[in-house]
Design a binder for this molecule. Structure first.
Ligand code: GZL
Length: 326
């Protein structure tokens, strides 16, 4: 074979090899590039307007970020969340994220995730585990702060009043971080004012139906109610129905201070039925996706990321209503 032919043959072989390598490299890149970050997410349930907005935010953000989201609704049961987390471990997801329905009872399953080398991100609600190695970050609101904001409004609203102000409290899900912390923050803020008497306090489990049922009981058992403090808007909206059915005017005969800041509460505020709303931001999706990508990439992340949120008077809520996202 002529020298020229051998050269052409060798050059050709080199081109084939290089392209194979590059395609090989490309295929491994494309494999790496093709590997979608997979997040296993265990959601509390669908108990409130806030929760629905939180779920939508997470699902939309996952789509936008090209993340494969394995989503599980626990219907407000801890055992369902534990089952879901174990299933995510079996499926070898890249990251586990969840909103713990209650604060306690997570160490065992989180130790299983740690043993499987799957990082865990807490969103919305916290756990009371002492072992901080069991999760890499907690993204969510400061519920004690929210309770204090509600208490601060009450103190200002009744400034100068000397006779007793009877308060009833609709608590969130028993054992949950928002219920515990909104209760303690509120109590802390009003403790210097003996005129405020919390005459009844009971869980309405963050739902409209239970909020109405418990408010009906309060109305029967309490001779005088001046204020309702509801740990979320859905219970406040349920309570409004009970107050009206009892022939009283919500927002006037019984003032209402609530938490979340969902659209239906803003509508009630525009009608004068809720007097103050402390916002709790459910739109955590984009932050969660960014956090999960950083965690997967081995980048360091903040242990505690607090969401920004405000407070609303009826005038502010009425103005915000037309563009309210949730
Ligand atoms: C707060 C969240 C609470 C909301 C309720 O971050 O966990 O749970 O306040 C929801 O509406 O049910």
């Amino acid at each position: 074979m002529s020298k020229r032919a051998v050269t052409a043959l060798v050059a050709g072989a080199m081109i084939v090899t290089l392209s194979a390598c590059s395609s090989g490299a490309a295929s491994s890149d494309s494999k790496a590039a093709g590997h979608k970050l997979t997040i296993g997410f265990s959601q509390v349930g669908a108990e409130s307007g806030w929760r629905t907005a939180n779920t939508t935010s997470i699902q939309d953000a996952a789509k936008k970020a090209g993340v494969e989201l394995k989503f599980s609704d626990a219907q407000q049961k801890q055992e369902n969340q534990i089952k879901a987390i174990r299933s995510f471990i079996q499926q070898k997801v890249d990251v586990i994220a969840f909103s713990p329905v209650v604060e306690s009872g997570w160490d065992t399953v989180l130790k299983e995730a740690k043993a499987a080398k799957i990082p865990v991100i807490l969103t919305d609600r916290a756990v009371d585990s002492k072992d901080e190695s069991l999760y890499v970050s907690f993204l969510g609101s400061d519920f004690v702060e929210e309770g204090k904001k509600a208490g601060d409004w009450l103190v200002k609203e009744y400034d100068g009043r000397t006779d007793d102000v009877n308060v009833v409290q609709l608590e969130g899900t028993t054992g949950s971080a928002p219920a515990n912390d909104r209760k303690s923050g509120f109590a802390e803020e009003i403790k210097g004012e003996p005129k405020f008497k919390i005459v009844a306090s009971q869980t309405g489990d963050f739902t409209r139906a239970k909020g109405k049922e418990v408010m009906q009981a309060f109305l029967k058992s309490q001779p005088k109610i001046d204020v309702l403090y509801a740990h979320n808007d859905d219970m406040a909206i349920g309570a409004i129905q009970a107050i009206e059915e009892a022939g009283k005017k919500p927002g006037v005969d019984i003032k209402i201070v609530s938490v979340d800041g969902v659209k239906d509460a803003f509508t009630a505020m525009s009608q004068g039925k809720i007097n103050y709303d402390v916002e709790c931001n459910p739109l955590l999706g984009d932050q969660l996706m960014d956090l999960a990508k950083k965690v997967k990439a081995g980048e360091s992340v903040e242990r505690r990321i607090k969401t920004t949120e405000g407070t609303f008077t009826p005038e502010q809520a009425t103005a915000a209503l037309p563009t309210r996202q949730y």
